[in-house]
Design a binder for this molecule. Structure first.
Ligand SMILES: [Zn+2]
Length: 442
C-alpha cells in the first residue's frame, strides 16, 4: 500500500469517527460522504469498509488500554454493523443502533430492487425500449445532507439524489433489459422520495416521431381541422385528422399531430414529389409499431380520402423543428391554371417566360391573409417559368421559385403589392383558377 493511500484511508477513518460520534449513519450514507475517493467501491461497500476499519482501530486502542467505553458505545449506537458487534464482543452488551440520519436506514438494496421492479412494470405498460430515471427527494432530506456537508466540510460527498438515480437506473436496465437514454428516452420515470422514504412513481412517455411525406390529391383539404367562428368544420377533412384516424388506434395514442415543411393553400393540391412532414404520436401506449404496419393503415384510409401519407422512419423531436425551419429554404415547382378576361396572345406567353428568368419578386403580405398575418415585405426569387396556352383565355404555367413565395399573388399582382407580377408583365388582368404544388425540393 502506498504511503499516500494509507494517509487518505486513515484520514477518512478519523473523520468518520468524528461524524459517527455525533450522527447515526447507515453504511451507504456514510460511504456516500466520501464518494469522491472512489476506492473502486460502491457507497454501501465503502461505508462498510470504513466502519470495519474503524472497529479495528477501536479494538487496537482497547488492547492498548487507550479506548473509552463511552466513545465505543456512541460509535456502536450510531454506526451499528461491526462497531456494534465489536462493542458486544468487548463489553457483552447488545446495542440496537439508531436509524440513519439521512435515509432513516431505508435506502437499502431491497428498496432499490422494489422501486426498480415497479418502474419496470410502468415501462412495460408503456411498451418502452429506452428510459430515463428522474429522482425528486424531499427537501428535508437535502437539508440533512447539507447540514452534514457544512458541519464536517465534506467536499467529497455525492448527493443521495444522484445515487438513487444511478442505482435505480442500473437496476431497471438489468431487470427489464431496457437501455437508459439520457437525451431521447421513450419514457421518463420520476421517483419522488418523501422524507420518511416512502415513494411514488410517475411516468412521462415521450411522443413517437416519424418522418414521412404527404400528397393532397384533391382540393379544400387543410393541414389541421379548420373550425369556423360558428363552430363548424370548414373543410371535410384535414391531413392531421387523416393521419390521426389511421394511426391513433394502432399506437393507442391520445392524440396525433403533424409538423409539415411549410404548407400550400387549402385549395391547392400537393402532387408530384409530395411534401415532407413529421408525425408526432402523443402519449402512445404501443410504441413498437412497425413502419410497415403504420403505412398499411394509412394506405387503407387513402381509399376513402384523396390524401396519401407515406412514412419513412422513426426520428427525434429535433427533426420537428428542422423540417419546419428548412421549409423556407426548399425551392418549389408550382403548376397553375390562369384565366384572363382578355384574349391571350402567343407573345404574352413568350414575354412571361423571358421576363421571369431568375427574377427577384417583392411581395407584401397578401391582402387575403392580412387579417391573420403581419403586413411586411419579403423578397423571393422566381427561377424559371414555362407556359402552355390551353384556350384563348386560359393558359397553364409551371413556376420554379423560392419556398414561401405567394404564387396566386405572383399571377394577379395583389393590387400592386406583389411586384413584378404576371398581370403586370402582360398588361392584362389575370386570375389563378387552379394551383398545384408539383415539387418540393429535397
Ligand atoms: Zn442512510
Amino acid at each position: 500500500m502506498s504511503r499516500e493511500f494509507t494517509v487518505i484511508v486513515s484520514d477518512i477513518v478519523e473523520r468518520s469517527e468524528k461524524i459517527l460520534l455525533e450522527t447515526p449513519l447507515c453504511s451507504r450514507c456514510l460511504g456516500r460522504l466520501f464518494a469522491k475517493y472512489g476506492l473502486g467501491l460502491s457507497n454501501q461497500d465503502r461505508g462498510l469498509m470504513i466502519k470495519t476499519l474503524l472497529a479495528l482501530k477501536i479494538f487496537t486502542e482497547y488492547s492498548r488500554g487507550e479506548s473509552s467505553r463511552r466513545n465505543h458505545y456512541m460509535l456502536a449506537l450510531n454506526g451499528g454493523d461491526q462497531l456494534a458487534s465489536s462493542y458486544m464482543k468487548i463489553y457483552g452488551e447488545e446495542i440496537s443502533p439508531l436509524s440513519c440520519y439521512i435515509c432513516g436506514s431505508k435506502f437499502t438494496s431491497s428498496f432499490i430492487h422494489e422501486v426498480s421492479e415497479k418502474a419496470c412494470e410502468i415501462l412495460r405498460e408503456h411498451d418502452a425500449s429506452s428510459f430515463l430515471i428522474g429522482v425528486v427527494v424531499d427537501e428535508e432530506i437535502s437539508r440533512r445532507e447539507l447540514d452534514l456537508l457544512v458541519k464536517y466540510g465534506l467536499e467529497s460527498m455525492e448527493s443521495i439524489k444522484r445515487e438513487l438515480k444511478r442505482e435505480i437506473g442500473k437496476k431497471v436496465a438489468e431487470n427489464c433489459g431496457l437501455t437508459p437514454n439520457f437525451t431521447n428516452p421513450d419514457v421518463v420515470v420520476v421517483v419522488k422520495i418523501e422524507r420518511d422514504f416512502t415513494y411514488s412513481i410517475t411516468s412521462e412517455p415521450n411522443p413517437v416521431f416519424i418522418s414521412g411525406r404527404y400528397w393532397k390529391l384533391g382540393r379544400n383539404i387543410s393541414h389541421v381541422p379548420w373550425i369556423t367562428r360558428s363552430g363548424f368544420k370548414k373543410y371535410p377533412v384535414s391531413i392531421q385528422e387523416f393521419v390521426g384516424e389511421a394511426l391513433r388506434g394502432i399506437y393507442q395514442s391520445e392524440d396525433v399531430v403533424i409538423h409539415a415543411a411549410g404548407r400550400e393553400d387549402v385549395d391547392a393540391r400537393m402532387i408530384g414529389s409530395g411534401r415532407p412532414l413529421i408525425i408526432e404520436i402523443k402519449k402512445p401506449t404501443k410504441r413498437s409499431v412497425g413502419i410497415e404496419e403504420a403505412n398499411k393503415a394509412l394506405r387503407e384510409l387513402s381509399r376513402r380520402y384523396p390524401i396519401v401519407v407515406e412514412l419513412f422512419s422513426k426520428t427525434t423531436r429535433s427533426s420537428k423543428v428542422f423540417v419546419k425551419n428548412e421549409a423556407k429554404l426548399r425551392r418549389k415547382v408550382y403548376r397553375v391554371a390562369v384565366y384572363s378576361p382578355e384574349e391571350i396572345l402567343p407573345q404574352d406567353l413568350v414575354k412571361l417566360e423571358e421576363f421571369f428568368s431568375n427574377r427577384e419578386v417583392k411581395q407584401r403580405t397578401p391582402t387575403r391573409i392580412l387579417r391573420r398575418k403581419k403586413d411586411r415585405e419579403k423578397t423571393k426569387r422566381v427561377y424559371a417559368v414555362r407556359v402552355v396556352q390551353v384556350s384563348q383565355r386560359v393558359f397553364e404555367s409551371l413556376i420554379y421559385c423560392d419556398g414561401g413565395l405567394y404564387v396566386k399573388e405572383l399571377i394577379h399582382g395583389d393590387y400592386g403589392r406583389t411586384v413584378p407580377s404576371f398581370a403586370e408583365v402582360v398588361g392584362k388582368p389575370l386570375v389563378p383558377i387552379e394551383l398545384d404544388v408539383v415539387l418540393v425540393e429535397d
